[in-house]
Design a protein around this ligand. Structure first.
Ligand code: IVH
Length: 665
């Protein structure tokens, strides 16, 4: 494409993409499919790669294209970002209204009432209609520069197409709240629990934590959003706050639709009551309402105290907390085997619903709370689907509850890795993990069973046709045929695909078993070293740790997996079903005479160092570069120096190269 044509097309694509961003992220009414949107973006990225000098900072391609930053710089706000005084009841609200009336000396006034979004306040500075800087509130005067992260939020316009005349050529700030929708919050916490990381306490912390990330690529995955609620410009562009919100909406900003003009404090209260009841129906958290005097002239007349405006106030909802008795703790097993303690409670009313369960997250949290059955506890409902236990208010039991050391679903072995919060069931046949394990086994990079996707796995499991992936090999076409949307032909195809998977290369099987931390790459490394599953089964942790790219975490995970009786049973079923469990040795097998032994080579040897190390590893041993008490042998060549000295001082056996060669034969 000619340069001028490319430029025209690039501009056209940018407009189209931002139009669709607005439709999707601001108006929540997309007009094209995700695929069509992705295609437009891909075309833009392709053209910009061809003409890099045509890339502009406000191109939609730059939303996630930013490089990670090394730290946050400080931004001084053009006008201070004030906070709000709080009220907690109707009397305080009436008191606020009396103060306003008095200060306005009989003038007529009205209020705008808005939701108080529970997130992180941010200020977006636009210059010439383009987003120049985004910053957090900080101390109100200066905040962190979060431009790289704010750009990933698709409801924030990078450039404004329809700028009101009053703002043309001006620099102005748009303020609002960056928040995490509940759906994203729950997804992130689920992921964190599965990964063994601490869950975020609430959506606000999750939003704040996300904005502290240095790499915008991580932030774009979080699903942050922003409601804007103020336009700060020095020109007298608008008459009322309400008009400025409408202008923001017209410029493409996302503003909250739940906003009401009220001409007396009674109707303000009524609107506050309405949302106090309905707060759970929103897809995001609010912690109260904000009441603002509508006229900007009156706002100016009322002014502010150092910290908060006199023309606005927040009405905070009571925290959704209650105390009750902990009657039991249930260990629940998730889809990926993570075992989480769940509090069983004496039923209690909380924010209009009866609650009888609460999250306890993990074993560390049990310790931190010092909790056991019988205690009286404080529970709180935040963004989670089920409430969480905040603390023990009255200790009535002894000690702390311990999670069981076998899986409550299958009775299999559980494991908790160092530095991980999650305790997991590591049994491939565990009923709780069946769907995930079979899906993984059948996946393309594992045993590659065509036609065995999540829907079919679900059917097989719910019809009790399989209880682990080894059962797949016993299936008959006649059993599959009656299943929903199956039919004769697909049933036969599936059986043929299962049949074909018996003969997959060994590394596929190593991967397909679903051993934690064994990805496709580590499976290949294992297959290069162990020609049969029986050899792998017998490998000791030290030996596994000595393999290239296999660290202690992977080694321990393998070792634990193969110690699980139920895992061994499934492996035997696979063997009986004729699944390939060995391969032609790539190299003649060496006797494993160095199993569990560590060697250090030092000084000038006739053998190249790498070759000497290979000889050790081939025989099950480990080569290290430094001498310690754990070293078994130091092989010293001519001119050996400090390593030899250390070996002597630690009493480690020292060999000559010839003695080492003798050991090999
Ligand atoms: S107006 C000068 N409106 O609440 C007035 N604030 O406790 C500035 N907030 O820092 C704030 N929703 O982060 C305003 N609709 C809304 C709001 C809102 C949430 C937050 C904001 C502010 C805090 C004050």
């Amino acid at each position: 494409m000619q340069r001028t044509d490319a430029e025209t097309r690039i501009n056209q694509l940018r407009d189209e993409i931002e139009f669709h961003n607005r439709k999707y992220y601001v108006d929540a009414s997309p007009v094209i499919s995700d695929k069509e949107y992705d295609d437009l973006l891909a075309e833009l990225v392709r053209l910009e790669a061809e003409y890099p000098d045509l890339v502009t900072p406000d191109s939609p391609s730059q939303r996630v294209g930013g490089a990670p930053i090394s730290g946050f710089t400080q931004v001084r706000h053009a006008a201070p970002m004030l906070s709000l005084d709080n009220t907690y009841n109707k009397e305080d609200l009436a008191e606020f209204d009396r103060r306003v009336a008095k200060l306005l000396q009989g003038e007529v006034y009205e209020y705008v009432v808005e939701l108080k979004i529970d997130g992180v306040a941010a200020s977006l500075t636009y210059e010439d209609g383009r987003l120049a800087v985004a910053a957090t509130r900080g101390d109100g005067t200066t905040g962190d520069d979060i431009t790289h992260n704010a750009k990933t939020i698709k409801s924030i316009p990078l450039g404004i197409k329809e700028l009101p005349d009053a703002l043309r050529g001006k620099r102005f700030d748009v303020r609002g709240e960056i928040f995490l929708p509940l759906k994203s919050f729950r997804r992130i916490n689920e992921e964190r629990l599965e990964e063994g990381a601490e869950p975020f306490a609430n959506p606000r912390n999750a939003a704040a934590g996300s904005l502290k990330q240095l790499d915008p690529k991580n932030v774009s995955k979080r699903g942050l959003d922003m409601f804007t609620y103020a336009l700060v410009a020095d020109s007298a562009a608008f008459r009322t706050h309400y008009e400025s919100i409408e202008a923001l909406r017209g410029m493409g900003f996302k503003t909250n639709p739940n906003i009401r003009l009220c001409n007396n404090i009674e109707s303000v209260m009524e609107y506050c009551n309405y949302w106090e009841d309905k707060r759970d129906s929103l897809g995001y958290e609010i912690d109260g309402m904000v009441v603002k005097v509508n006229s900007l002239a009156q706002q100016a007349a009322l002014g502010s105290t150092g910290k908060a405006p006199r023309w606005a106030i927040s009405y905070k909802f009571p925290a959704k907390q209650a105390t009750t008795e902990l009657v039991g703790i249930l260990a629940s097993v998730g889809r990926t085997g993570a075992i989480t303690p769940v509090a069983m409670l004496a039923p209690v009313q909380l924010g209009g619903v009866t609650v009888s369960r609460a999250s306890l997250y993990n074993a560390d949290n049990l310790d931190a709370l010092g909790i056991n059955v019988g205690d009286r506890v404080l529970i709180e409902r935040g963004g989670e689907v089920i409430p969480k236990v905040v603390k023990v208010v009255e200790k009535r039991s002894d000690g702390v509850f311990r999670l069981p050391d076998t899986c409550p679903v299958c009775g299999g072995a559980v494991s908790r890795e160092e530095g991980e919060a999650a305790t997991r069931c590591i049994n491939v046949g565990c009923g709780a993990q069946l769907l995930k394990n079979i899906e993984h086994y059948a996946s393309r990079t594992a045993m590659d069973i065509d036609g065995l996707g999540p829907k079919v796995v679900e059917l097989l499991v719910s019809n009790k046709l399989v209880h682990d992936f080894a059962d797949l090999y016993a299936l008959k076409a006649e059993q599959l045929e009656p299943l929903e949307r199956m039919g004769r032909k697909s049933a036969e195809n599936l059986i043929a695909a299962i049949d074909a998977s018996r003969d997959r290369p060994l590394e596929r099987l190593y991967y397909a078993l679903g051993i934690r931390h064994i990805g496709a790459h580590s499976a290949e490394i294992l297959a290069a070293r162990y020609n049969s599953i029986d050899m792998l089964l017998q490998a000791e942790v030290e030996e596994l740790t000595g393999l290239d790219e296999v660290g202690p975490v992977v080694a321990r995970s393998l070792h634990e997996f193969f110690r699980g009786e139920q895992n061994l049973r499934v492996i035997e079923k696979l063997r009986a079903a004729g699944v390939r469990m060995e391969q032609e040795p790539k190299l003649p097998e060496k006797p494993r005479i160095f199993s569990g032994r560590t060697f250090v080579f030092t000084g000038a040897l006739t053998l190249p160092r790498s070759e000497a190390e290979r000889l050790v590893k081939e025989r099950g041993g480990k080569a290290s570069s430094s001498v310690s008490r754990k070293t078994d042998y130091v092989v010293a060549g001519a001119d050996a120096g400090s390593k030899l000295e250390k070996a002597v001082s630690l009493g480690v056996k020292v060999l000559t190269e010839d003695e080492f060669r003798d050991m090999l034969s």
